[in-house]
Design a protein around this ligand. Structure first.
Ligand code: FE
Length: 230
């Protein structure tokens, strides 16, 4: 089976959140889809290893915040590559509590909605939670939504390891012949012809010449976890 065939399925990227007692947590998910419209029912796929999984099981509710292309990579970094067991993912971002108690992200979001779980289907590594939509709000529809393709091709990211679309060792390929260094944690590809201008690294800076304290702009890992791509 050519796994590359699966990369041609289109997906969006979402912050899927839930609550448990007075805590909230969330992760970057791509498996979010509508099943019916009357009533509106949605399904999400969640890894059983994901900390948010136990929040959804406990509260029987979840919320989805639909990311747009302006998303700050800090949001991807925090929700996609860190665990809520160690940090409060909501400490640095704008959010509000929804009517189910699940947190809703307020910035770089096109729309949000909340669901009450009506069915859970368990597979070995993932659960599909089906929910009835209980609230929804359009925040900003002027900026295109963030698709998985845009994330892979423009932001140069790959799936966090709990995502169903994660593939061991797969990284996107840059379109020129310069040597490329790839983050061993998130798959971000450093391109010397582009540099990292957002963090003060001008275009044309070789990987070797990056400051020692430079961090992967996508997941925050140090230079040491980067490998030269063959
Ligand atoms: Fe990284």
């Amino acid at each position: 089976m050519d796994k590359a065939a699966l990369f041609h399925i289109s997906y969006g990227l979402y912050v899927v959140t839930s609550t448990k007692g007075d805590k909230q947590n969330g992760f970057i998910g791509n498996t979010v889809f509508q099943i019916t419209s009357k009533p509106a029912r949605m399904a999400i796929g969640v890894s059983v290893d994901n900390y948010t999984h136990e929040f959804i099981e406990e509260s029987q509710a979840f919320a989805v915040s639909i990311l747009n292309q302006d998303v700050d990579t800090e949001v991807i970094k925090t929700f996609g590559y860190k665990t809520g067991k160690e940090i409060d993912k909501f400490a640095e971002i704008e959010w509000k509590k929804g009517e189910t108690g699940a947190p809703l992200i307020c910035k770089d979001i096109n729309a949000t909605f909340e669901c009450k779980v009506i069915e859970s289907v368990h597979f070995d590594s993932h659960t599909i939670f089906v929910g009835e939509v209980v609230s929804g709000e359009v925040i900003d529809s002027n900026i295109p939504v963030l698709t998985y393709e845009y994330y892979r091709n423009v932001l140069k990211g790959k799936a966090p390891k709990n995502a169903p679309t994660y593939t061991e060792g797969s990284t996107p390929t840059a379109p020129n012949n310069e040597p490329k260094y790839v983050c061993g944690v998130c798959g971000y590809e450093y391109d010397p012809t582009v540099g990292d201008p957002e963090h003060g690294v001008p275009a044309g800076t070789k990987f070797e010449d990056l400051p020692a304290d430079w961090l992967c702009p996508l997941c925050g890992s140090p230079k040491a976890v980067f490998d030269l791509k063959g």
